[in-house]
Ligand binder design. Structure first.
Ligand code: SF4
Length: 293
Protein backbone atom coordinates (compact mmCIF):
# COMPACT_ATOMS: atom_id res chain seq x y z
CA UNK A 1 0.00 0.00 0.00
CA UNK A 2 1.40 3.41 -0.98
CA UNK A 3 2.16 5.51 2.11
CA UNK A 4 0.52 8.92 1.89
CA UNK A 5 1.93 11.92 3.74
CA UNK A 6 -0.79 13.61 5.71
CA UNK A 7 -0.54 16.70 7.87
CA UNK A 8 -2.63 17.40 10.98
CA UNK A 9 -4.15 20.35 9.06
CA UNK A 10 -5.44 17.99 6.35
CA UNK A 11 -7.00 15.78 9.02
CA UNK A 12 -8.55 18.87 10.56
CA UNK A 13 -10.16 19.91 7.29
CA UNK A 14 -12.48 16.90 7.61
CA UNK A 15 -13.89 18.40 10.81
CA UNK A 16 -14.87 21.80 9.47
CA UNK A 17 -18.47 22.68 8.63
CA UNK A 18 -17.58 23.57 5.04
CA UNK A 19 -15.85 20.23 4.42
CA UNK A 20 -16.63 18.67 1.06
CA UNK A 21 -15.72 14.98 0.61
CA UNK A 22 -15.66 15.35 -3.17
CA UNK A 23 -13.17 18.24 -3.17
CA UNK A 24 -11.10 16.40 -0.59
CA UNK A 25 -11.01 13.27 -2.77
CA UNK A 26 -9.60 15.33 -5.64
CA UNK A 27 -7.11 17.05 -3.35
CA UNK A 28 -5.79 13.71 -2.07
CA UNK A 29 -5.49 12.47 -5.67
CA UNK A 30 -3.50 15.63 -6.53
CA UNK A 31 -1.32 15.27 -3.40
CA UNK A 32 -2.84 18.54 -2.15
CA UNK A 33 -1.32 20.53 -5.01
CA UNK A 34 -4.44 22.14 -6.36
CA UNK A 35 -4.43 24.15 -9.59
CA UNK A 36 -4.78 27.93 -9.19
CA UNK A 37 -3.47 27.59 -5.64
CA UNK A 38 -2.03 31.00 -4.80
CA UNK A 39 -0.18 29.88 -1.65
CA UNK A 40 0.16 32.00 1.46
CA UNK A 41 0.36 35.76 0.79
CA UNK A 42 3.78 37.19 1.61
CA UNK A 43 2.49 39.48 4.35
CA UNK A 44 0.94 36.54 6.22
CA UNK A 45 4.18 34.60 5.98
CA UNK A 46 6.12 37.56 7.44
CA UNK A 47 3.56 38.05 10.22
CA UNK A 48 3.70 34.37 11.22
CA UNK A 49 7.45 34.48 11.22
CA UNK A 50 7.54 37.69 13.23
CA UNK A 51 5.24 36.30 15.94
CA UNK A 52 7.65 33.42 16.55
CA UNK A 53 10.64 35.79 16.54
CA UNK A 54 9.06 38.11 19.11
CA UNK A 55 8.62 35.27 21.59
CA UNK A 56 12.12 33.87 20.94
CA UNK A 57 13.66 37.34 21.32
CA UNK A 58 11.79 37.92 24.59
CA UNK A 59 13.08 34.66 26.05
CA UNK A 60 16.62 35.58 24.98
CA UNK A 61 16.62 39.07 26.42
CA UNK A 62 14.40 38.61 29.50
CA UNK A 63 14.82 34.88 30.13
CA UNK A 64 11.04 34.59 30.28
CA UNK A 65 7.94 34.59 28.08
CA UNK A 66 6.12 37.83 27.16
CA UNK A 67 3.43 38.73 29.71
CA UNK A 68 0.55 37.48 27.62
CA UNK A 69 2.17 34.07 27.14
CA UNK A 70 3.34 33.69 30.76
CA UNK A 71 -0.29 33.08 31.77
CA UNK A 72 0.00 29.68 30.10
CA UNK A 73 2.72 28.63 32.52
CA UNK A 74 5.61 28.23 30.08
CA UNK A 75 9.12 28.26 31.52
CA UNK A 76 11.48 27.82 28.52
CA UNK A 77 11.34 27.17 24.78
CA UNK A 78 11.89 23.58 23.60
CA UNK A 79 13.76 22.66 20.41
CA UNK A 80 12.32 20.02 18.11
CA UNK A 81 13.21 18.64 14.64
CA UNK A 82 12.29 20.81 11.67
CA UNK A 83 9.70 18.37 10.32
CA UNK A 84 8.57 15.51 12.51
CA UNK A 85 7.02 12.35 11.10
CA UNK A 86 5.32 9.22 12.36
CA UNK A 87 4.58 6.15 10.27
CA UNK A 88 1.23 4.36 10.48
CA UNK A 89 2.07 1.26 8.38
CA UNK A 90 -1.32 -0.46 8.81
CA UNK A 91 -3.04 2.61 7.38
CA UNK A 92 -0.32 3.41 4.86
CA UNK A 93 -0.07 6.94 6.20
CA UNK A 94 2.82 9.12 7.35
CA UNK A 95 1.82 11.88 9.72
CA UNK A 96 3.96 14.97 9.03
CA UNK A 97 3.98 18.29 10.86
CA UNK A 98 5.86 21.14 12.44
CA UNK A 99 4.42 23.07 15.40
CA UNK A 100 4.93 26.82 15.75
CA UNK A 101 6.31 26.68 19.31
CA UNK A 102 6.73 24.31 22.24
CA UNK A 103 7.60 25.27 25.82
CA UNK A 104 8.36 23.41 29.02
CA UNK A 105 6.12 23.85 32.04
CA UNK A 106 7.08 23.67 35.70
CA UNK A 107 5.96 20.03 36.01
CA UNK A 108 8.28 19.04 33.10
CA UNK A 109 5.46 18.43 30.64
CA UNK A 110 5.00 20.45 27.45
CA UNK A 111 2.87 23.38 26.38
CA UNK A 112 2.13 23.54 22.65
CA UNK A 113 1.30 26.80 20.94
CA UNK A 114 0.09 27.73 17.47
CA UNK A 115 0.19 31.36 16.34
CA UNK A 116 -2.66 32.74 14.25
CA UNK A 117 -2.61 36.09 12.46
CA UNK A 118 -6.37 36.43 12.53
CA UNK A 119 -9.33 37.93 14.29
CA UNK A 120 -10.23 36.00 17.42
CA UNK A 121 -13.77 34.67 17.12
CA UNK A 122 -13.72 32.22 20.04
CA UNK A 123 -15.96 29.20 19.65
CA UNK A 124 -17.60 30.82 16.60
CA UNK A 125 -14.48 30.47 14.50
CA UNK A 126 -15.47 28.03 11.71
CA UNK A 127 -11.84 26.88 11.47
CA UNK A 128 -11.56 26.09 15.17
CA UNK A 129 -12.04 22.30 14.66
CA UNK A 130 -9.25 22.37 12.09
CA UNK A 131 -6.88 24.34 14.38
CA UNK A 132 -7.73 22.01 17.25
CA UNK A 133 -6.85 18.93 15.14
CA UNK A 134 -3.60 20.58 14.09
CA UNK A 135 -2.56 20.79 17.74
CA UNK A 136 -3.63 17.18 18.43
CA UNK A 137 -1.46 16.08 15.50
CA UNK A 138 1.58 18.08 16.66
CA UNK A 139 1.16 16.73 20.20
CA UNK A 140 1.13 13.18 18.77
CA UNK A 141 4.29 13.89 16.75
CA UNK A 142 6.10 15.40 19.75
CA UNK A 143 5.29 12.28 21.75
CA UNK A 144 6.23 9.84 18.97
CA UNK A 145 9.51 11.67 18.30
CA UNK A 146 10.51 11.53 21.96
CA UNK A 147 10.30 15.29 22.62
CA UNK A 148 7.77 14.94 25.44
CA UNK A 149 4.17 14.84 26.54
CA UNK A 150 1.94 17.76 25.75
CA UNK A 151 -0.41 18.44 28.64
CA UNK A 152 -1.77 21.79 27.51
CA UNK A 153 -2.10 23.71 24.27
CA UNK A 154 -3.31 27.07 23.08
CA UNK A 155 -4.00 29.12 19.99
CA UNK A 156 -2.35 32.52 20.22
CA UNK A 157 -4.21 35.02 18.05
CA UNK A 158 -2.48 38.18 16.89
CA UNK A 159 -5.46 40.34 16.09
CA UNK A 160 -4.93 43.63 14.29
CA UNK A 161 -6.76 46.58 15.83
CA UNK A 162 -7.37 48.47 12.60
CA UNK A 163 -11.14 48.60 13.18
CA UNK A 164 -10.55 50.92 16.13
CA UNK A 165 -8.79 53.42 13.90
CA UNK A 166 -11.53 53.73 11.26
CA UNK A 167 -12.40 57.26 12.35
CA UNK A 168 -8.84 58.36 13.07
CA UNK A 169 -6.59 56.64 10.49
CA UNK A 170 -3.95 59.37 10.82
CA UNK A 171 -3.17 58.07 14.32
CA UNK A 172 -1.43 55.15 12.62
CA UNK A 173 0.84 57.39 10.60
CA UNK A 174 4.51 57.56 11.61
CA UNK A 175 7.50 59.40 10.13
CA UNK A 176 8.50 56.24 8.27
CA UNK A 177 5.10 54.93 7.18
CA UNK A 178 2.41 53.42 9.35
CA UNK A 179 2.27 51.27 12.45
CA UNK A 180 -0.50 48.72 12.92
CA UNK A 181 -1.26 47.70 16.52
CA UNK A 182 -1.93 44.03 17.32
CA UNK A 183 -3.56 42.59 20.40
CA UNK A 184 -2.88 39.04 21.57
CA UNK A 185 -5.77 36.76 22.55
CA UNK A 186 -5.44 33.22 23.85
CA UNK A 187 -7.69 30.22 23.28
CA UNK A 188 -7.05 27.03 25.25
CA UNK A 189 -7.25 23.73 23.40
CA UNK A 190 -7.81 20.39 25.05
CA UNK A 191 -5.53 17.69 23.69
CA UNK A 192 -7.30 14.55 22.50
CA UNK A 193 -4.85 12.13 20.90
CA UNK A 194 -7.47 9.37 20.67
CA UNK A 195 -9.44 11.43 18.18
CA UNK A 196 -6.63 11.21 15.61
CA UNK A 197 -6.91 7.54 14.65
CA UNK A 198 -10.55 7.67 13.47
CA UNK A 199 -9.64 10.75 11.41
CA UNK A 200 -6.70 8.95 9.84
CA UNK A 201 -8.93 5.96 9.01
CA UNK A 202 -11.42 8.30 7.40
CA UNK A 203 -8.64 9.92 5.39
CA UNK A 204 -7.45 6.49 4.18
CA UNK A 205 -11.00 5.60 3.12
CA UNK A 206 -11.18 8.74 0.94
CA UNK A 207 -7.76 7.96 -0.53
CA UNK A 208 -8.87 4.40 -1.37
CA UNK A 209 -12.21 5.34 -2.93
CA UNK A 210 -12.08 4.56 -6.67
CA UNK A 211 -14.52 7.32 -7.57
CA UNK A 212 -15.16 10.75 -6.01
CA UNK A 213 -17.91 10.91 -3.38
CA UNK A 214 -20.87 13.27 -3.70
CA UNK A 215 -20.11 16.98 -3.34
CA UNK A 216 -21.47 19.40 -0.77
CA UNK A 217 -25.15 20.09 -1.26
CA UNK A 218 -25.97 23.49 -2.78
CA UNK A 219 -22.34 24.36 -3.56
CA UNK A 220 -22.38 26.97 -6.34
CA UNK A 221 -18.76 26.26 -7.19
CA UNK A 222 -19.66 22.73 -8.17
CA UNK A 223 -22.07 24.03 -10.82
CA UNK A 224 -19.24 26.22 -12.18
CA UNK A 225 -16.85 23.29 -11.97
CA UNK A 226 -19.14 21.01 -14.00
CA UNK A 227 -19.47 23.87 -16.54
CA UNK A 228 -15.70 23.94 -16.80
CA UNK A 229 -15.52 20.16 -17.20
CA UNK A 230 -18.23 20.31 -19.92
CA UNK A 231 -16.19 22.87 -21.86
CA UNK A 232 -13.12 20.63 -21.52
CA UNK A 233 -15.13 17.62 -22.77
CA UNK A 234 -16.25 19.57 -25.86
CA UNK A 235 -12.63 20.59 -26.53
CA UNK A 236 -11.40 16.99 -26.23
CA UNK A 237 -14.18 15.67 -28.48
CA UNK A 238 -13.45 18.20 -31.21
CA UNK A 239 -9.73 17.41 -31.00
CA UNK A 240 -10.52 13.68 -31.34
CA UNK A 241 -12.85 14.29 -34.28
CA UNK A 242 -10.14 16.33 -36.03
CA UNK A 243 -7.62 13.54 -35.51
CA UNK A 244 -10.08 10.96 -36.85
CA UNK A 245 -10.84 13.09 -39.91
CA UNK A 246 -7.09 13.56 -40.58
CA UNK A 247 -6.45 9.86 -40.25
CA UNK A 248 -9.34 8.72 -42.50
CA UNK A 249 -8.38 11.25 -45.21
CA UNK A 250 -4.76 9.97 -45.16
CA UNK A 251 -6.00 6.38 -45.47
CA UNK A 252 -8.16 7.25 -48.48
CA UNK A 253 -5.18 8.94 -50.16
CA UNK A 254 -2.87 5.99 -49.44
CA UNK A 255 -5.45 3.43 -50.63
CA UNK A 256 -5.91 5.25 -53.92
CA UNK A 257 -2.10 5.44 -54.32
CA UNK A 258 -1.85 1.68 -53.69
CA UNK A 259 -4.42 1.06 -56.41
CA UNK A 260 -2.45 3.31 -58.79
CA UNK A 261 0.74 1.46 -57.90
CA UNK A 262 -0.82 -1.90 -58.71
CA UNK A 263 -2.00 -0.50 -61.98
CA UNK A 264 1.50 0.83 -62.85
CA UNK A 265 3.17 -2.48 -61.76
CA UNK A 266 0.75 -4.32 -63.99
CA UNK A 267 1.74 -2.09 -66.88
CA UNK A 268 5.48 -2.53 -66.05
CA UNK A 269 6.14 1.03 -64.86
CA UNK A 270 8.75 1.54 -62.10
CA UNK A 271 8.96 5.32 -61.74
CA UNK A 272 9.25 7.84 -58.82
CA UNK A 273 5.58 7.28 -57.93
CA UNK A 274 6.41 3.83 -56.51
CA UNK A 275 9.00 5.20 -54.07
CA UNK A 276 6.56 7.89 -52.98
CA UNK A 277 3.77 5.35 -52.39
CA UNK A 278 6.13 3.07 -50.41
CA UNK A 279 7.18 5.95 -48.20
CA UNK A 280 3.62 7.13 -47.51
CA UNK A 281 2.39 3.57 -46.96
CA UNK A 282 4.97 2.87 -44.25
CA UNK A 283 4.10 6.17 -42.52
CA UNK A 284 0.41 5.31 -42.73
CA UNK A 285 1.00 1.89 -41.14
CA UNK A 286 2.42 3.53 -38.03
CA UNK A 287 -0.56 5.92 -37.93
CA UNK A 288 -3.43 4.91 -35.63
CA UNK A 289 -6.64 3.99 -37.42
CA UNK A 290 -9.63 6.19 -36.67
CA UNK A 291 -11.14 3.46 -34.46
CA UNK A 292 -7.86 3.04 -32.53
CA UNK A 293 -7.99 6.54 -31.08
S1 SF4 B 1 -19.42 20.57 -4.05
FE1 SF4 B 1 -18.15 22.45 -4.04
S2 SF4 B 1 -16.60 22.00 -2.63
FE2 SF4 B 1 -17.48 20.05 -3.30
S3 SF4 B 1 -16.40 19.30 -5.11
FE3 SF4 B 1 -17.99 20.58 -5.79
S4 SF4 B 1 -16.97 22.59 -5.96
FE4 SF4 B 1 -15.75 21.40 -4.60
Amino acid sequence: MESIRVSPRHLGQMRTGSFCPRCFWYLIAMKFRAPFDMGMPGIMYHLDNFEKRIVEAHFKSHDSAPKWLKKLGCTAPVSFPFKMTQEFPKLGLTLVGMPDAVFTKEDGSLLLVDYKSAKYKGEDDPFLPCYETQLWGYAQLLKANGIGNVTSAALVYFENQLAEYKERPLDLLTNKGLQVPFEVKLHDIEIDLDALLPLMKRFRAYADAATPPEGREGCKNCVRLSGLLDVEQVRRNSEKTLRNVDSSISRTIVQSMYQNRHRSTASGADGWEDYLVDGIASDADSMPAAWDI
